[in-house]
Design a protein around this ligand. Structure first.
Ligand code: MG
Ligand code: MG
Length: 253
């Protein structure tokens, strides 16, 4: 069932989104060679709890941490660990929180120190995929318009669109309907309405789209071990431009 949020509920989600943006910016500032993803996890949990919110990932279906930290060929759901990050890696960080009962979910991928031009392009194109998808999150459009915009841009660069994982509706639950694939046909699927709140999250690989799950039962890795980038925001559908609840910068719509 897809839930529509009223103005009061959207306002709660705005507050949750603003807090999550602040947490993710603090993490981003700390990412450099030498830091461990476990340190980032502890920082995220502290900032979230200090603000009176809860880390939504921690304990979710048994996930043990407050962030997912997914380096290089890992797509999503990586466990933070004690290995210092190394120059030249890329790192995806995904985080979610609950404030006053309302959820927010966002992810980014950044360079650790200096990275190759190819890796930089992958990160940039993945962000562009998000913005092109978000652009379609308008009342009257269909879900497939979002999916198709993401897929078309990624594949135009020769990249693989991860198919096993999707974006999702979000509200009082982290994962609500509808499921939002990053591939699909325009003009198909659920018709979008003002008040829907969607976590749009392209996961784009430099090589093929096939993935496997690591022995820990969580980490998802590209089968060909090509680099993968992930970018996500929580988005509200309105009657006009979509509102990006986890981003206060200039929207690229
Ligand atoms: Mg997420
Ligand atoms: Mg999500």
């Amino acid at each position: 069932m897809i839930t529509l949020k009223n103005d009061r509920e959207l306002d709660r989600m705005r507050r949750a989104g603003a807090l999550l943006e602040r947490v993710l910016l603090a993490l981003k500032e700390r990412i450099e060679p030498g830091i461990t993803t476990l340190e980032l996890d502890h920082l995220a949990e502290r900032l979230i709890r200090e603000a009176g919110a809860l880390p939504s990932f921690k304990g979710y279906e048994g996930f043990p941490y407050s962030i997912c930290a997914s380096p290089d060929a890992m797509v999503v759901h990586g466990f933070p660990d004690k290995h210092p990050l190394k120059e030249g890696q890329i790192l995806s960080v995904d985080c979610g929180l609950i404030l006053e009962g309302w959820q927010s979910d966002s992810a980014f991928t950044v360079a650790v120190g200096r990275i190759s031009e190819e890796a930089r392009q992958l990160i940039r194109v993945t962000e562009e995929c998000f913005w092109l998808g978000a652009q379609q999150a308008r009342e009257g459009n269909r879900l497939g318009d979002i999916s198709h915009a993401v897929q078309a841009h990624a594949e135009a660069h020769g990249y693989g669109v991860i198919r096993d994982l999707c974006g999702h509706g979000i509200g009082t639950e982290m994962h609500e309907d509808p499921s939002i694939p990053n591939f699909g046909k325009p003009g198909r699927g659920v018709r979008l309405k003002a008040g829907m709140t969607l976590a749009i999250e392209p996961m784009i690989a430099m090589g093929g789209w096939r993935v496997y799950v690591k022995d820990d039962g969580w980490g998802v890795v590209t089968q060909d071990h090509s680099l993968c980038s992930h970018y996500e925001h929580t988005v509200a559908v309105t009657q006009g431009d979509p509102e990006i609840l986890t981003y206060s910068g200039e929207a690229r719509l």
